[in-house]
Design a binder for this molecule. Structure first.
Ligand code: ADP
Ligand code: MG
Length: 705
């Protein structure tokens, strides 16, 4: 709330609110985390019920979240042992009858309903045996007041069993709100300047609080929610953009004026294909960054196979041409190794010295590498997080490329940063596309580039969902593909909690595949995380060289591995994988010129979400669409990267649903900072103060990434 600056009325503990008292206050704290008046005010309803609408009994179905009916009540009975477990009554309207049921409060209820009187009954229909019934409905006699008194929209609040037992169900919480609002109203200060309220047409803050808890109409409820969401998103964006601005003002970056021999030599002689339009555009963006005099902080998003590596290499060459060193960091040793091989191959014809440094680099070689890096004779270093250890010193590090960044924590990136007084340019690459709304929030202070075009000639992967009962058909298909000279992956889930069971699934699967695909006609590889690095490497190499036709593996093959001849990806128990993981796995095929296939295996029992995930996979190859679907299905909290992002928890806005409002907030924040970068204008003093309040405790995230 706005009033954090000094002790304020809104900081009053809830114990002091009429109708609360120490016991309920204790429960509000422990069950809902609500301590103060301000906490209660910002405990927003999660939905609303429309009390202006009546249904008939004939219309009621189990799926309806609640219904409001009118009718007479009779046939009141007690049931159960000693007739004390349950009381039922029958509600009748012109379309039929329906049961009402209670499990307590019989004595009071029994004589409450008068024959022939019409009542309004409100509650959630539930199936109880054969019949639909409403348990513990709200009931009142029909009267003009009863109909007029009930507000059209009633807020519904989350509650818990414990709170309900102390009278704090949704209605009870609404009662507290009704007590608090008139008292607190005059203390709810405005947090957005008037010019913003009028240009964006937002409700004043105080009114928004009234309307969100006790809406006068559907429209007012929506306006209230929009106002409070906007405020939340706007301050996040203002903070991010302001930090970015400050960083640009205060942090110098190396300038790479030359496009020299290495870059040109590579471009004209070594590059065996035409760059895609998207690759060219991204390279131009990077080029502009390295001429700007400011440090580059750029996120490069591009689907698997979109050709990020060549962009990385050419960015590094820009640094080398200007007398700087460059490094490329990968999340795993296998990947670092692969990068080292493919990058060395690319740089083969050029006069560039490159090396590889990982956790298992031998001592003597490590010493060499470290001294050459310090002298500057080693120009390119590829490796794992071994590169950010303190012993690693560069003569002049100008460009850092980080592949698959989500595996690197924020703190690790910060350490890399501290390696020189002028920070190197940083290019972070990810094949996990991030929906726009998330990217704007998590990476709101980075520049974002997107490779949204695949190299020409790629055939889209065909994805098929098969039930386990059709396994023989799938084996037949694998045989046919292998006959054509292709190779096949079969992937099993490996989830930490049940690692033993999963490993059993994997070995069982391996054995049944070996039975189906016997020696000497076929050879099958197996790969999982429990194997020693040497064994893993051995099996991997056999598959890469085409000595085995089938690779049975866990998700260790998820990232990066590149075997263009592999054209079939079979994913076992596909319902157990998340969307982004399925997409990553599918990206292991479709790397060559042949038609590739992804077969998602599952049993017939699928949850609605799992079914939806498989449908999404079958319907599209587009990583951004998949990321968007993932966000809708899981919500932003579970998407990779959000936990460590340092974004304050959102109370009301929803990154999955409020994309347009977020864009508006960002655009407003940007426009405002363009006019008044330091927030010095009197009209903006409120913003400056509020920003300081909201972010006084957080680190300066601006210097990280
Ligand atoms: P990713 O973005 O997944 O890292 P890579 O950089 O590994 O993709 O590229 C995938 C494959 O596509 C590589 O074999 C690479 O040589 C090839 N490639 C990249 N760019 C092009 C292009 N413009 N035209 C044709 N092939 C390309
Ligand atoms: Mg790659």
């Amino acid at each position: 709330m706005a009033e954090r600056s000094g002790p304020s009325y809104l900081d009053t503990p809830l114990d002091y609110l009429k109708g609360v008292g120490p016991q309920r206050a204790g429960l509000l704290r422990s069950e809902l985390g609500l301590f103060t008046f301000a906490d209660l005010l910002t405990f927003f309803p999660f939905r609303y019920v429309d009390r202006s609408r009546f249904h008939t009994i004939g219309q009621v179905s189990e799926e309806m979240p609640y219904v409001q009916l009118r009718g007479t009540i009779d046939d009141i009975r007690l049931h159960g042992k000693n007739r004390t477990t349950r009381m039922t009554a029958s509600l009748k309207d012109q379309t039929g009858r329906m049961e009402l049921v209670w499990f307590r409060g019989f004595k009071w209820l029994k004589n409450r309903f008068l024959p022939g009187v019409e009542y309004i009954v409100f509650g959630k229909p539930q199936r109880y045996g054969q019949h639909l019934s409403i348990a513990h409905p709200e009931i009142e006699p029909v009267s003009p007041e009863a109909i007029n008194q009930v507000p059209a929209l009633q807020a519904v609040y989350n509650s818990t069993e414990k709170l309900r037992s102390k009278g704090l169900d949704s209605k009870g919480i609404a009662r507290l709100m009704k007590t608090l609002l008139p008292l607190a109203g005059s203390h709810i200060g405005e947090t957005l300047p008037g010019h913003l309220l009028s240009s964006v047409k937002l409700l004043p803050r105080k009114e928004a609080f009234y309307q969100i808890h006790f809406p006068g109409s559907f429209e007012m409820m929506q306006k209230a929610r929009a106002r409070l969401k906007f405020e939340e998103l706007f301050y996040i964006q203002l903070n991010l953009l302001r930090n970015k601005l400050l960083r640009e003002e205060t942090t110098e970056g190396y300038v790479f004026p030359q496009i020299g021999q290495l870059f040109n030599g590579f471009f004209h002689r070594e590059l065996s294909f035409e760059l895609t339009g998207a690759q060219k555009r991204v390279l131009k963006e990077i080029r502009a960054d390295t001429l700007s005099g400011r440090q580059m902080n750029r996120l490069l998003q591009g689907d698997v196979g979109s050709g990020k590596t060549v962009v990385a290499v050419m960015s590094m060459l820009m640094a080398l041409d200007n007398g700087f060193q460059a490094c490329l960091m990968a999340p795993t040793e296998i990947l670092a190794f692969q990068h080292a091989e493919s990058v060395s191959a690319m740089l083969n014809g050029l006069d560039v010295k490159a090396g590889l440094l990982t956790g298992s680099t031998r001592q003597s070689e490590r010493r060499n590498i470290l001294s050459e890096l310090k002298q500057g004779s080693l120009q390119v270093i590829i490796g794992t997080h071994a590169l950010i250890e303190d012993v690693v010193e560069f003569e002049k590090l100008g460009m850092v490329v980080i592949d698959e960044q989500h595996r690197f924590g924020v703190a690790q990136r910060a350490r890399l940063w501290s390696k020189s007084s002028t920070p190197p340019h940083v290019l972070v690459m990810t094949a996990t596309p991030i929906p726009r709304t998330l990217a704007m929030t998590i990476y709101g202070d980075l520049e974002i580039s997107v490779i949204d075009e695949l190299p020409p000639g790629r055939k889209p992967i065909k994805t098929i969902h098969q039930y386990d009962s059709h396994r023989l058909k799938v084996f037949g298909f694998m045989r046919q593909q292998i006959k054509m000279g292709r190779q096949v992956y079969v992937v099993y889930p490996l989830i930490q909690e049940s690692e033993k069971l999963d490993l059993k699934d994997l070995t069982d699967g391996y054995e049944s595949i070996v039975r189906e695909f016997p020696l000497p006609y076929y050879a099958v590889s197996i790969l999982h995380g429990r194997m020693s690095p040497a064994d893993k490497d051995f099996e991997m190499q056999r598959f890469v060289r085409g000595q085995t036709q089938i690779m049975v593996a866990t998700t260790v093959i998820e990232v990066g591995i590149d075997v263009p001849n592999a054209s079939v990806m079979v994913i076992e128990s596909a319902q157990r994988f998340g969307l982004s993981q399925l997409h990553q796995l599918r990206g292991r095929v479709g790397r060559g010129a042949d038609q590739s296939y992804c077969i998602l295996m599952s049993d017939k029992q699928l949850s609605a979400d799992a079914r939806k995930r498989l449908e999404v996979m079958v319907s599209t190859n587009d990583g951004f669409q998949i990321a968007e679907a993932d966000l809708q299905l899981r919500g932003p909290g579970d998407i990779q990267g959000t936990q460590q992002s340092g974004i304050p928890e959102l109370k009301i806005a929803d990154l999955a649903k409020d994309g347009p409002l977020l864009s508006l907030a960002r655009q407003q924040a940007r426009a405002l900072l363009e006019k008044d970068p330091g927030l010095q204008m009197p009209a903006n003093s409120l913003l400056k103060r509020q920003l300081q309040l909201l972010y006084r405790d957080s680190l300066s995230w601006s210097r990280i990434s």
